[in-house]
Design a protein around this ligand. Structure first.
Ligand SMILES: Cc1cc2nc3c(=O)[nH]c(=O)nc-3n(C[C@H](O)[C@H](O)[C@H](O)COP(=O)(O)OP(=O)(O)OC[C@H]3O[C@@H](n4cnc5c(N)ncnc54)[C@H](O)[C@@H]3O)c2cc1C
Ligand code: SF4
Ligand code: SF4
Length: 374
C-alpha cells in the first residue's frame, strides 16, 4: 500500500503538488493527525506524524497527481471530452446590489450561494475571505452576511481544502471546534474552489468516504493559474503594465490579466507574460474550466460586470434555474443567445491551450511518461 511517503517521492519531488491540501484535509478529517501544511502550503508529516500514519493509503489515492481515481471521477461526473460535460452555457449577473458592489465579475457565484442558503438548501459554504493585499484565506461562511462578504477575488493559492477538514471535524469528537460547528448543523455545505481543489473533492466522493456527503454542491472557478505577488513580482508587473500599485483599484483575469486603475483605465497584460510569477505546479495543470464541478464560472468572454456560467450536472442546472429571474438575470434578454455559444468556443480554446502547455511542460521537466498523462 502506498502512503504519504510515496506522495513525497512521486508528486512533491517532481514539483507536481498543487497544494490543494486534500491529503492533509483527509488525514485530519479522519483524525489520524499525521499531516499538516507548512507555511507555504506544502503538505508534510507533522512531528511524529510518520509514527501516527496507519498506512491506509487513502491520502495517496485521492491526490489528483497519482491519477489512481481518474476513471472513477470521470464516471462520477459523466465527464466528456474535450473539457468535461456541458449542459448549457450562459452569461449572467446578480441583481443584488450588495453583491454587485463586491463581486469579481457578475457576482453569480455569491448570489447562487446566497439563494441556496436563504432557501435552506445549504447550511454554509466553503469560500474565501480577503486577508491581505493579494491574499485570501479559506472561510466557512454560515450566515447571509458572511456569504456576501466572501464575494470578490484576489489572486492567491488559497488552501481551501484545509478548512474542509475542519468542517469534517464536526463529526470527529476529538476536535476543539466540534461543539461549535456541530451546533451549527453544517452537514450540507457548498464548496467554491479552483479546478485542482474540485478535482480532489471529487476523488473523495468517488471513494464514497467521509466527508464526501457533507459537500452537496461544487462551484468551480476557471483558472489560468495562481500567482505569487511578492515584492519582486509586484515591481516587475508595474514595469510590464506601466502602472503603480497605489493607482490600482482591482485586478481580475479573463483573456488577460486586467489591472483596473482608479482613474477607470484598464491595463491588459497578456497571460503569457505572467509565467515568471505563476506558482510552480500551475505550469503542469490540465484543467482550465473546472471540468468536474456542478457549475463552472469565469469572466472569460463576458462583458465587464457579467459572469460566464457553465452548467455541468442536473443538480447544477437546478441550482441555477432556481435563481434565474430572481437574484440572477441573464444577458440573453437583451442580446442573442449566440453570445454564450461564442464564449463557450473561447473557453474551449483556452482549455485546450492549457492542456497543451501542461503536456509540454511535463515532457520538458518531469520526464516520466506515466505522470505526463492527463
Ligand atoms: C485563482 C483564480 C484564477 C482565476 N482565473 C480565471 C481565468 O483565468 N479566467 C476567468 O475567466 N476567470 C478566472 N477566475 C474566475 C473569476 O475570477 C471569478 O471568480 C468568476 O468569474 C466568478 O465571478 P463572480 O463575480 O460570479 O464571483 P463572486 O460572486 O465574486 O465570487 C467569487 C468566489 O470566489 C471565491 N474566491 C476568490 N478568490 C479565491 C481563491 N484564490 N481561491 C478560491 N476561491 C476564491 C470567493 O470566496 C467567492 O466565493 C479565477 C478565479 C480564481 C480564484
Ligand atoms: S493531495 Fe493535493 S496537497 Fe496533497 S500531495 Fe496531492 S496535490 Fe499535493
Ligand atoms: S492552475 Fe489553478 S487549478 Fe491548476 S493547480 Fe494552479 S491553482 Fe490549481
Amino acid at each position: 500500500m502506498k502512503t504519504f511517503s510515496d506522495l513525497i517521492e512521486e508528486v512533491q519531488k517532481h514539483g507536481l503538488c498543487q497544494r490543494c491540501g486534500g491529503c492533509v484535509a483527509f488525514c485530519t478529517a479522519l483524525n489520524y493527525g499525521g499531516l499538516e501544511l507548512d507555511e507555504e502550503g506544502n503538505p508534510r508529516y507533522k512531528a511524529e506524524g510518520k509514527e501516527k500514519c496507519i498506512g491506509g493509503g487513502l491520502c495517496y489515492s485521492i491526490c489528483p497527481e497519482t491519477h489512481e481515481l481518474d476513471e472513477e471521477v470521470k464516471n462520477l461526473v459523466n465527464w466528456e471530452a474535450p473539457m468535461g460535460r456541458v449542459l448549457c452555457s450562459l452569461v449572467a449577473r446578480t441583481t443584488n446590489p450588495a453583491i454587485k458592489e463586491r463581486a469579481t465579475d457578475g457576482g453569480v457565484v455569491t448570489a447562487l450561494l446566497l439563494n441556496l442558503f436563504e432557501k435552506g438548501h445549504i447550511d454554509g459554504a466553503i469560500v474565501t475571505k480577503e486577508s491581505g493585499l493579494f491574499q485570501r484565506r479559506p472561510w466557512l461562511a454560515h450566515s447571509k452576511e458572511e456569504i456576501i462578504g466572501s464575494a470578490g477575488f484576489h489572486f492567491d493559492a488559497s488552501h481551501g481544502l484545509q478548512l474542509f477538514s475542519e468542517l469534517y471535524s464536526t463529526y470527529s469528537p476529538s476536535f476543539v471546534k466540534v461543539g461549535y460547528i456541530s451546533s451549527k448543523r453544517l452537514d450540507r455545505v457548498a464548496f467554491v474552489g479552483t479546478p485542482c481543489q474540485v478535482n480532489t473533492i471529487r476523488r473523495i466522493q468517488a471513494l464514497g468516504i467521509e466527508p464526501a456527503n457533507s459537500i452537496t454542491i461544487i462551484f468551480g472557478l476557471f483558472c489560468t493559474g495562481n500567482f505569487i505577488f511578492g515584492p519582486e513580482q509586484q515591481h516587475q508587473l508595474e514595469k510590464i503594465g506601466n502602472f503603480r500599485w497605489d493607482e490600482v483599484n482591482k485586478i481580475n483575469v479573463k483573456e488577460h490579466l486586467m489591472i483596473h486603475l482608479r482613474n477607470k483605465e484598464i491595463r491588459h497584460i497578456s497571460l503569457d507574460q505572467l509565467d515568471f510569477m505563476k506558482r510552480h505546479a500551475c505550469h503542469y495543470c490540465f484543467d482550465y474550466s473546472a471540468e468536474f464541478a456542478d457549475l463552472s464560472f469565469g469572466g472569460l468572454g463576458s462583458p465587464e460586470g457579467w459572469t460566464t456560467v457553465i452548467t455541468r450536472s442536473l443538480q447544477g442546472q437546478a441550482v441555477l434555474n432556481d435563481a434565474l429571474g430572481g437574484t440572477i438575470e441573464t444577458y440573453r434578454h437583451k442580446y442573442p443567445p449566440i453570445l454564450a455559444t461564442e464564449i463557450l468556443a473561447k473557453v474551449m480554446e483556452l482549455s485546450d491551450r492549457k492542456k497543451q502547455s501542461a503536456k509540454k511542460n511535463r515532457m520538458r521537466d518531469v520526464r516520466q511518461p506515466e505522470i505526463i498523462q492527463e
